[in-house]
Design a protein around this ligand. Sequence first.
Ligand SMILES: [Zn+2]
Length: 96
Amino acid sequence: MVYLLLCLWFGVAGAVVARIKGSSMFLWFVISAVLPVFGLLALLLYRSDREELRRQCPGCGKVVKLHDALCTSCGTELEFPDVAIISEAEAAARHG
Ligand SMILES: [Zn+2]
């Protein structure tokens, strides 16, 4: 019984953290409830794609993740850029 309550508590905590990070609350509620400690740890270490910095491919102009070595659209090899485009999450925050 105590274990079930603990799972539920972790599930809610996971859902709250997921909400803050802009991830799926339901998904992380389930993960945190099934794997109480590991689920929450994974979530805390998990970095949302929306928080990744981005940059534009010089070949086709597609916006890709900063850490991508190849353009996912045209396959151009990408150098680490001088300028990065702010992340989707940050852009959304700036627009209110
Ligand atoms: Zn490209």
